[in-house]
Design a protein around this ligand. Structure first.
Ligand code: GDP
Length: 372
């Protein structure tokens, strides 16, 4: 049953991704196999079932939660006779829609070409078979080679372009000098931008969609006369396409080069524990897991206790849980300084600010050791 809960959560998230991309989900299908079918991922019986539904209801797209192999994608398109997207494709699509600066657009374009390249051959092989083969082989092969060469050239061009901007950004980071740098990290949609706005009194785009933030924003924040820089970073997500992890290198560099990480968690989300793990995994991947960190559990205004069964929280404390009570839960007992807030109502903001101040001050002092 726990598996089923997980499955529903995964599907909820996929539906949210689809919604962010601008689609409306009509129906969900699930399939349980001991291992994915190598040809169609879901098996041809399930593919038929989906095909019938798609036909009857004039559905335009079928979205899969996992990354499909190039041949699975082709086979499914042939069997279901409709546009097939996998999770990677969907996320790339959202990123493409949301990229605002030329840097983000370059990153997304690179990721898209990297996704496309291994899928190109199969596309052509498939067409060739349709054309009947004889006589087509020569020109076909040449065309694939030409297309591949064009894409490879484009990829190296984009990489060069990013390298140049990366250097500029690195210089900019260096020029920020000795000021302490903190980075907001966290799963997508947990409230990082909202918190950024609240702390810096700026106006960063916050929206109830996934990946509202693609470009990093850096703001100067002052708490109790202590200035530091705060960066809002792209939200992490379960199964972030590898092409994206790589091409968002500079975005992640902000995290890698930060002195302090502020890990924001949406406590009102039923899978917030998975989200924490997923973020920690990404931090590990980019080798940023040993940095000083503050855990900020956000959206306590929206927390409803029945979703979880915490044995150290009694149901009577469901509403208006005091900070002391929060600190006594397992979450409050992590090895990191931890605070429970609402970025919306600003509950417990003084405590959070004090915590950030303390951590920033520690780093500040370690840099300027005025020992008598
Ligand atoms: P980000 O993707 O992590 O930057 O998240 P955003 O700052 O864009 O916020 C995502 C959604 O959560 C928005 O609709 C916010 O209004 C909402 N949100 C942020 N903080 C809170 C909070 O403390 N309580 C509630 N109820 N909603 C919040």
């Amino acid at each position: 049953n726990q598996d089923e809960d997980k499955l529903t959560e995964y599907m909820d998230e996929l539906e949210f991704l689809a919604f962010t991309a601008g689609a409306t989900v009509q129906k969900r299908f699930t399939q349980k196999l001991t291992q994915p079918d190598s040809k169609t991922f879901i098996g041809s019986g399930k593919a038929q079932e989906i095909k019938e539904y798609v036909k009857e209801n004039e559905i335009g797209t079928v979205i899969f939660d996992d990354e499909l192999s190039p041949s699975q994608l082709k086979n499914l398109e042939k069997e279901i006779e409709v546009k097939i997207l996998d999770r990677t494709n969907l996320i790339l699509d959202i990123f493409a829609q949301r990229a605002q600066t030329s840097y983000a657009r370059t990153q997304v374009e690179l990721a898209q070409y990297q996704y496309l390249l291994p899928r190109l051959t199969r596309m052509w092989t498939h067409l060739e078979r349709q054309k009947g083969g004889i006589g087509m082989r020569g020109p076909g092969e040449t065309e694939i080679e030409t297309d591949r060469r064009i894409i490879r050239d484009r990829i190296s061009l984009l990489k060069d372009k990013l390298k140049t901007i990366d250097k500029q950004m690195a210089t900019q980071r260096n020029n920020r000098g000795k000021v302490v740098r903190a980075a907001l990290v966290g799963y997508t949609n947990v409230g990082k931008s909202t918190l950024m706005n609240a702390l810096s009194k700026s106006d960063v785009f916050a929206e109830n969609k996934l990946f509202a933030t693609l470009d990093t924003t850096v703001r100067k924040v002052v708490i109790g006369n202590l200035p530091f820089l705060l960066t809002d970073t792209v939200g992490f997500i379960r199964k972030l396409p590898t092409q994206l992890v790589e091409s968002f290198k500079s975005t992640l560099d902000e995290v890698r080069e930060a002195d302090l990480l502020i890990h924001v968690v949406d406590i009102s989300h039923e899978s917030f524990e998975d989200h924490i793990e997923s973020v920690n995994n990404t931090l590990m991947e980019i080798n940023a897991h040993q940095k000083p960190m503050i855990m900020v559990f956000n959206k306590i205004d929206d927390f409803s206790y029945d979703k979880k069964d915490e044995d150290d929280l009694t149901p009577s404390t469901k509403k208006n849980i005091s900070l002391e009570e929060w600190q006594n839960t397992w979450m409050g007992k992590s090895k990191y300084p931890t605070v429970f807030i609402s970025a919306l109502t600003k509950e417990n903001f003084p405590e959070m600010k004090r915590m950030i101040y303390d951590e920033v001050m520690k780093i500040h002092i370690s840099r300027f050791p005025y020992n008598d």
